[in-house]
Design a protein around this ligand. Sequence first.
Ligand SMILES: NC(=O)c1ccc[n+]([C@@H]2O[C@H](COP(=O)([O-])OP(=O)(O)OC[C@H]3O[C@@H](n4cnc5c(N)ncnc54)[C@H](O)[C@@H]3O)[C@@H](O)[C@H]2O)c1
Length: 318
Amino acid sequence: MARVVVTGGVGFIGYHLTRALLARGDDVVVVDDFSDAPYPAARKRRNEADLVREFPSLRVVHGCVTDRAALEPLCAGATLVVHLAALAGVRPSFAAPARYARVNVEGTATAFELAREAGCTRFVFASSSSVYGNSTPLPAHEDAPAVQPESPYAASKRGSELIASSLCRRAPETTCAALRFFTVYGPRQRPEMAITRFARAILAGRPITVFGDGSMRRDFTHVDDIVRGVLAAAERAPAGFRPYNLGSGSPVDLHTLVKMLGEAAGIAPVVERAPQPVGDVDATFADVARARAELGWEPRVTLREGLETVVRWVRDNP
Ligand SMILES: NC(=O)c1ccc[n+]([C@@H]2O[C@H](COP(=O)([O-])OP(=O)(O)OC[C@H]3O[C@@H](n4cnc5c(N)ncnc54)[C@H](O)[C@@H]3O)[C@@H](O)[C@H]2O)c1
């Protein structure tokens, strides 16, 4: 039985990952600060309550990932640390760049350092497709330089990678996989993210606001594929620092997304336009050859199937 620490384990992706770890019999401790950023803590409390109801053995600790004293005892005996805690979201990062830097960069450095000190040699953490910015040729490959982040959030994720890779050079026996998630969606998605926002509006008969001219492309990736990718990296990633793209590898533009979401809901969407926000990249598109070859990972959930899971979730949870 693995002993796993999951930071950010009651967030959107954290909920699904924690559930998968518990379902296979792992001993899991979640650390989360239950903050109201970037969305109300009530959703995190609900995720916690649902997890604990299903798996009463789960331990959830309220704490901040930059707090060494809180984190240190939890890492003792851990065989795997999955670090998901972060301030997520491109747009809000412009209003709080210092906070993003502290939580995301210092949080990653702290979690990695404590995992190492506790003798845990497997560390997997959430990076982001946003590290590629607008200047990386698509499909984006992990060896691209990724030196022009378009937002403080993207910079904080790239900064986290660089800190982790520098620490890893001094501890080459440690596995440190930086998983670059591409726009993740599914049940319990963060409420401010496009697919869930759109689904709620369509089902309530409200117009949806699409940013830009609708040509923005995203490599939408279902959370079930992300969870399988995290588990595969935890098991198979080699020693040393290694980034992996976890994306569907099939980007669609927002026009197509809205049309498909309307089809999944059985309701024709009404669209309003708003200017494209600062910091949003034009397109994301993952080259997933490395994850396929080294982790044996493959995205499996089609966008059509995935959107149906969101529509069902939103219908059942108005
Ligand atoms: N959802 C996506 O599309 C996406 C894409 C790329 C990367 N990511 C990354 O994946 C991870 C999970 O994202 P998510 O969408 O589930 O977001 P989320 O906000 O639902 O989850 C993050 C969790 O971290 C917790 N957290 C925040 N600051 C903390 C702190 N200081 N100490 C302890 N816990 C803290 C939050 O309370 C939350 O529960 C994040 O690192 C995010 O940047 C997500």
